[in-house]
Design a protein. Structure first.
Length: 75
């Protein structure tokens, strides 16, 4: 748990061009109703920030693993 006097965990220098590289950063009011690109380790995923997402982290809304039948396809 992060102490209150330190504030929210965010990397300011990585927010250029609406691209976010750290999924552990907290969603604040500056991102409300904006579309940002979040890096999931492979590519950038587009994310529209809504009011219900405030206070959560970017990684909660961006998947890093593929789901469904794509995993089980044999070559």
């Amino acid at each position: 748990m992060r102490s209150k006097w330190k504030g929210y965990y965010k990397y300011i220098y990585l927010y250029s061009n609406n691209k976010i590289y750290k999924k552990s950063s907290v969603i604040t009011l500056e991102f409300l109703n904006k579309r940002v690109l979040v890096y999931n380790g492979n590519k950038f995923i587009s994310l529209l920030v809504k009011e219900s997402m405030l206070g959560h982290r970017f990684g909660e809304f961006v998947l890093t693993k593929s789901l469904g039948s794509k995993i089980h396809v044999k070559k």
